[in-house]
Design a protein around this ligand. Structure first.
Ligand SMILES: Cc1cc2nc3c(=O)[nH]c(=O)nc-3n(C[C@H](O)[C@H](O)[C@H](O)COP(=O)(O)OP(=O)(O)OC[C@H]3O[C@@H](n4cnc5c(N)ncnc54)[C@H](O)[C@@H]3O)c2cc1C
Length: 308
């Protein structure tokens, strides 16, 4: 059976698109992918999503999104899309051996925060370890924290975090930053920031149920000596990977792999294919902006279908 709307991704963007499309009687089919609920499922307290004065846990918030979409008839599947054919209409979506056709596709596959890949890092994510200063900086008032990275986003996050933290140590694996000069200067002139050059984090210490992160093991990349350093927080700021491999040769992307959308809409370079959330957002990458763009994508898809 041909679908009217297939949504790829189940973070705030995909599930908001599902709520709107379902309430417009478009009976959307959502493929949730390998991270059902998206990136907020790997964090704890979310305090900046409007409507929750006491905050809400990330996984709980995303369960609510899903239930709200299902209540209006959205069909959600814990399945990954393996292949897409956007060249002909209807579009074809391959999920394992299954083949689906749809008049429109909403892509909401997100941009995963790059992490260090340590087991201790995933264990302590949301318990002192974070990948988003805007989201979690507020939790670190008068604390000593580390920021990992050497690009513009690491500089921006380090500077931003000095609003809260008593001290920020910027850990960088090389002896110079790759960030723009202006951003570097802001960091180097900030009295609250100390730079630890030629250094990498090898391990993180602490238990989620016993106060979270307590410190890290740092190694000097030149002499290979390692030592333990106490700290209250670690922010990983080494960039994002837009999850765009599926359609990289079919849709127009920017040089970093984010989907390009037209002006202030969710329209991509192919009519009937819409993008929402972090997969097309180079700048803001927040749950509420992703949800907002999911709404836009569903409305754009609805108008497109009306005109078919
Ligand atoms: C640790 C952490 C804490 C954060 N805390 C906050 C916070 O407190 N407040 C805030 O506003 N923001 C926070 N953010 C940012 C926020 O999570 C993102 O901006 C938001 O989740 C982006 O939503 P999205 O729907 O675009 O993508 P995502 O949430 O990244 O979801 C992408 C979805 O696409 C799916 N997918 C990918 N590929 C496929 C495929 N091939 N087939 C099917 N599905 C696929 C995935 O399974 C996933 O469901 C945090 C991020 C992180 C990493």
């Amino acid at each position: 059976m041909k679908q009217k709307v297939i949504i790829i991704g189940s973070g705030p963007a995909g599930l908001t698109a599902a709520i709107y499309a379902a309430r417009a009687n478009l009976e959307p089919l959502v493929f949730e992918g390998i991270q059902p609920g998206g990136q907020l499922t790997i964090t704890t307290d979310v305090e900046n999503y409007p409507g929750f004065p006491d905050g809400i846990l990330g996984p709980e918030l995303m369960d609510n999104f899903r239930k709200q979409a299902q209540r209006f008839g959205a069909e959600t599947h814990f399945k990954n899309v393996d292949k897409l054919d956007l060249k002909n209409k209807p579009f074809v979506v391959h999920v394992g051996d299954e083949r689906y056709e749809s008049d429109t596709i909403i892509i909401a596959t997100g941009a995963s925060a790059k992490l260090l890949g340590l087991d201790s890092e995933s264990k302590l994510m949301g318990y002192g370890v974070s990948a988003c200063a805007t989201c979690d900086g507020f939790f670190f008032k008068d604390k000593e924290i580390l920021v990992v990275g050497g690009g513009d986003s690491a500089m921006e996050e380090a500077n931003y975090l000095t609003r809260f933290a008593s001290k920020v140590t910027l850990v960088h694996r090389r002896d110079s930053f790759r960030a723009s000069k202006i951003m570097q200067n802001r960091v180097l002139k900030n009295p609250k920031i100390e730079v630890m050059w030629n250094s990498v984090i090898l391990d993180m210490y602490g238990e989620p149920d016993r106060g979270g992160l307590t410190g890290v093991k740092i190694q000097n990349t030149l002499n290979k000596e390692s030592f333990k350093m106490d700290c209250d927080g670690v922010f990983i700021a080494v960039g994002h990977n837009p999850n765009s491999d599926l359609f990289s040769n079919q849709l127009d992307l920017n040089e970093k792999g984010y989907i390009l959308t037209k002006e202030d809409t969710s329209h991509t370079s192919i009519e009937g294919v819409f993008a929402a959330g972090d997969i097309h957002d180079v700048k803001y990458k927040q749950a509420v902006t992703a949800a907002g763009s999911g709404c836009k994508a569903a409305l754009d898809a609805e108008h497109y279908l009306e005109n078919l």
